[in-house]
Each structure stands twice: as C-alpha cells, then as structure tokens.
Design a protein around this ligand. Structure first.
Ligand code: AMP
Ligand code: TRP
Length: 325
C-alpha cells in the first residue's frame, strides 16, 4: 500500500517563536517517517497582510532554514515555497467557485483579523487558499495548531462538495492537533497565546533570541499566586511554563511537579531558563550551519517534486469541471 500524505505550512511572517516550534514544527518531525510529507513556506498566505518585498524574501528563506534546523529532512520530506508551485493559486480559483460567502464568514480567524484592518479580499479568501494547499496533494493528515482546525474543516467541506458535484477527486483530509503544546500562552499574559505580534517582547521567546535574553524573559514571566509548583487549570501561568518545560525536557508535567515538591518558583524558573537557553543554543548552532545556497537548493528540488504531484492533480480537476484540454 502506498503511504498516505501529510501537508502543513507556516507563514514566513517574521521571527518564529517557541509556540510555533512546540505547537507546529516539532510535531511534523516524526510524521516524515510515517507519511509522504509536504511542508511548505506559505508566502502567498503571508501577503494577505502588507509585506515589505525585500523582507518577505529574507523571511521566506529564513523560515525554510528554521524547518531544516528543526529536523525536517529533505531526503524524507518535500520542503518548498508555496508560490513556486502555481497550481496552488489555480486550484484556489476553482475552489472559489464552490466556496460560499457563508462558509467563509464563519471563520473565526477572519473575524478576529478583519476587525482591526481593512477588509481585504485576500484575507477573506485565505482559508480557501489553505484548502487548495491541502487538497492538491490528496492529503490525509494535516498537523496544525488548534486555531487552524476550523480551516481544515473548510477544506473537508470543499472537498466533499467538489466530489459530490464532479465525482471522486479529492481525499478528505483529517486535522491532527497535538494536545500538549497545541497552545503555548504568552509569558506576560497566560490568557492569550504566545504571538510574535504581541505588544511586549516579554510575551514570546523567538527562536532567534539570544539565550541569555531568553533566560531573563523566563525569570520575568508572570506567575500565579501561591508558591507551590502545581499543574492545574486555575494556575494558567505556571501551567504554561510547566508545559514548555515538559515539551523541551521530555518529562511529563506530573514528573516535573514531583521534582519541585518543597521547592519554589525561583528554583523552577531557574531550571526552565537553563533548559530554554540550552535548547536555543543548540537550535541556533544548527541554523548557522545551513547556508542560503543550500537552503535554496532544497527549495528548488522541493518545488519540482511538489509540482509533479500538483500538476497531475490539476489535470484531473480541469477535466472534471469541463475545461478544454
Ligand atoms: P502563525 O505564527 O500564527 O502563522 O502560526 C504558525 C503555526 O504555529 C500554526 O500552526 C499555529 O497554530 C502555530 N502556533 C502559533 N502560535 C502558537 C502558540 N502560541 N502555541 C502553539 N502553536 C502556535
Ligand atoms: N494558515 C496556516 C497558519 O496560519 C498556515 C497554512 C497555510 C497551512 N496552508 C496550510 C497549514 C495548509 C496546514 C495546511 O498556521
């Protein structure tokens, strides 16, 4: 039996943070062995908010390097830039002709983002481009953060609608959310998720943060009242720090709680700060070893492989809907 496919993407929208790593990229690594994996730097999604052209180019390459440093192996997985495979935008248009305004008006991410900005058509249509990304590769499994599950549901809806109308064409994808770490919260406010667009730099730890600076951020992170180390919902700040500790040090939250019996926040935070600093040091060393030229070569090869799959799918789609060959 042929192996199933997995697809995921991340926007090149600036410095990636620990939430992106723990909530997204990290859970892709084991999937490379289990599935035929496609990982994309989704630059066409990034331009749904204004981008400086030179910065966009830089961040696109940087994001690809982060994938590689995190352990995406180009001999196993296909790593490519979305805009290098024009079939994504072609399928977007076709899906636009079966997506309903009401499907998109329900999307909570759009509702959140459109409140503060001009209501750009591209921002509204963003989930349909994401559906195109997924459906082009007959993706079975889509690893994403919790906030993206609704978008994967839309891809399922559009795939079913297309199949019902034109015959079996697309695989119906399943979202896969990693439970712990699906949502890493801000260090300065445990009620909001860690985000690179946060007002304060004390909200997030960027993968590019200087390890010493990152330690300071942990020491300054807000904690809840009480002095014991416990893992519970009504102590969300501490719960978040234990989650980060647990994911980076590969211990269960219960083990960590047990380790800090009779100790306080200061000991806990000092150790967590060391764990994060050591993770960043190792990560940044791997990143520094990947040259621009090497990353560009990986992306060119990846685009070629992705196009092979995507162009075959598009031939099928064009025929189904009655475009003249
Ligand atoms: P974004 O940075 O919003 O483009 O998200 C890129 C990926 O990282 C998506 O899969 C998100 O679900 C995930 N992600 C972003 N922020 C967090 C966070 N604070 N915790 C966990 N995952 C996150
Ligand atoms: N919208 C996703 C995010 O912001 C990124 C993305 C684009 C994606 N296309 C995708 C994720 C396809 C999974 C599959 O995180």
């Amino acid at each position: 039996m042929e192996s199933q496919r997995t697809f995921s993407g991340i926007q090149p929208s600036g410095s990636l943070h620990l939430g992106n790593y723990l909530g997204a990229i990290r859970q892709w690594i084991p999937l490379q062995d289990e599935y035929e994996a496609f990982f994309s730097v989704v630059d066409l999604h990034a331009i749904t908010v204004p981008q400086d052209p030179a910065e966009l180019r830089r961040k696109t390459l940087e994001t690809a390097k982060v994938y590689l440093a995190a352990g995406i192996d180009p001999s196993k997985a296909t790593l490519f830039v979305q805009s290098h495979v024009p079939e994504h935008t072609e399928l977007l248009w076709i899906l636009n002709t079966i997506a309903r305004m009401t499907d998109l008006e329900r999307m909570t991410q759009y509702k959140d983002k459109s409140e503060s900005k001009e209501n750009l058509v591209g921002l509204f249509d963003y989930p349909v481009l994401m559906a195109a990304d997924i459906l082009l590769y007959d993706t079975a499994v889509v690893p994403v953060g919790e906030d993206q599950v609704q978008h994967v549901e839309l891809a399922r809806t559009l795939a079913r609608r297309f199949n019902d109308r034109f015959g079996e064409t697309f695989t119906i994808p399943e979202p896969r959310v990693m439970k712990e770490g699906a949502r890493i919260m801000g260090l300065d406010d445990p009620m909001k998720k860690m985000s690179k667009s946060a007002a304060s730099e004390y909200n997030f730890i960027a993968l590019s943060d200087d390890p010493e600076a990152a330690k300071k951020k942990i020491m300054k992170a807000v904690t809840d009242s009480g002095s014991e180390i416990t893992y519970q919902d009504d102590r969300p700040a501490l719960k978040n720090l234990i989650t980060i500790y647990s994911l980076l040090d590969e211990k269960s939250p219960q083990e960590i709680v047990a380790m800090y019996q009779g100790k306080g926040y200061a000991d806990f935070k000092r150790d967590l700060a060391e764990i994060i600093a050591s993770f960043l040091t190792r990560f940044q060393a791997r990143l520094a070893h990947i040259s621009d030229d090497d990353a560009m070569k990986v992306l060119r090869d990846g685009a070629e492989k992705a196009r092979g799959v995507a162009s075959a799918k598009m031939r099928e789609v064009r025929e189904r809907i009655g475009l003249l060959p």
